[in-house]
Structure formats: structure tokens, C-alpha cells
Design a protein around this ligand. Structure first.
Ligand code: IMP
Ligand code: MG
Length: 179
């Protein structure tokens, strides 16, 4: 982060109320489908931390959390590159868990497809992707989420832990953004 450019927040795209309702529904679905199973919610930092925090409180099951950090935006703040680096790894042995990846947004799909390759190699009991946002128009790698709460057009968005240049994660809604 070598400059303080914050860009411009243009308009609210998904309100707090819409987020809350969709997350409650997703939480209920997970509660029903994973009853009696050892669940590990895996979040990829930092863009999904608020989604994870809200989603896990809508899951009425014993479950554990783990975090991993993957970087894919080197050189640009709005476009991912092909190379994905795991900068912080999970602490759990995932072969003992039904893993649910809790992701903020699937854009090109590059980051998550690399993360999935790595996690599948560790033989989880099962592996699913729950993403808050999906931008299918931008996909360069074939990848579908098992659950996607909102499909959005090809806008760069911020808020609800998604950032531009490290800013705007603290907005309580998802907003369309202009650099
Ligand atoms: P992908 O590898 O292009 O699918 O995107 C990887 C990551 O880039 C996502 O998990 C987000 O953290 C970030 N990202 C993608 N699109 C946006 C956006 O519109 N706003 C903020 N972050 C984004
Ligand atoms: Mg992310």
C-alpha cells in the first residue's frame, strides 16, 4: 500500500438489509445440510472476514473456523494476475472436516481455483464454495460456486470487507466504485 488513493464510492448496490436476509437464508441451508457433520468454515482473508462473521452466526451447528490468506493482485488494485501465493495457511488438518470455503467474490476465478486445487490435495471429507458475490462476466477460469448469494454485473465493488487499495472494507453495504 504505497499511496492513499481511496477512489469514489458511487452508489449502494446491495443494502445492509438485503445482505442480512440472504445471509440468514444461506446460514439456515448450511444448518440443515450439515447437521451431525464436522464442519470447518474456511475464509480467505481479508475480503471475506465480515461475511464469515455474519454467516457463522446464522449457522446453528457446532463448527470450527480457519483462515488462509492468498494474494493475487500484485501490481494492480483492481485486476487479479494469474499467480496466486498463499501468504498464510490453515491451521487445521482438513481431512477430518467437511470444508466450506466462505469467499467474498468470484471474479476471474483464478484465486479460488488455485486454492481449491491445494485444498482438494489435502483430502477434505467434502469441499464446497459459498460466495457472497459472483461476477460471472469476468470469469477466465472455469469455476462455479455451490452457493452464490448475489450475482452482480461487471462492476468493481467495495464495502462489507471488500476493498480498493485497502480502503472501504468498513462500509456496511456493497457499493459500486470508481477508481
Ligand atoms: P479473482 O481471482 O479474480 O476471482 O479474484 C480474487 C479476489 O479479488 C477476490 O476474492 C476479491 O478479494 C478480489 N476482488 C475481485 N473483484 C473485486 C471487486 O469488485 N472488489 C473488490 N475486490 C475484488
Ligand atoms: Mg477474496
Amino acid at each position: 500500500m504505497d499511496n492513499n488513493n481511496q477512489g469514489t464510492v458511487k452508489r449502494v448496490l446491495i443494502s445492509e438489509d438485503e445482505l442480512r436476509k440472504a445471509i440468514e437464508t444461506a446460514g439456515k441451508q448450511i444448518t440443515q445440510e450439515y447437521a451431525g457433520k464436522p464442519v470447518l468454515l474456511v475464509s480467505i482473508l481479508k475480503g471475506a472476514f465480515i461475511f464469515l462473521g455474519d454467516l457463522c452466526r446464522c449457522i446453528d451447528l457446532p463448527c470450527r473456523l480457519d483462515f488462509m490468506e492468498a494474494k493475487s493482485y500484485s501490481g494492480s488494485t483492481t485486476e487479479s494476475c494469474g499467480q496466486v501465493t498463499i501468504t498464510m495457511d490453515l491451521k487445521h488438518d482438513i481431512s477430518k472436516y467437511h470444508v466450506i470455503i466462505v469467499e467474498d467474490i468470484i471474479d476471474t476465478g483464478r484465486t479460488l481455483s488455485e486454492v481449491i486445487k491445494i485444498l482438494k490435495g489435502r483430502n477434505p471429507l467434502s469441499l464446497r464454495i459459498v460466495t457472497l458475490l459472483d461476477k460471472p462476466a469476468r470469469r477466465v477460469v472455469k469455476l462455479d460456486a455451490d452457493v452464490s448469494l448475489f450475482t452482480i454485473p461487471d462492476y468493481f465493488v467495495v464495502g462489507y470487507s471488500l476493498d480498493y487499495n485497502g480502503y472501504h472494507r468498513n462500509l456496511p453495504y456493497i457499493a459500486e466504485f470508481e477508481a
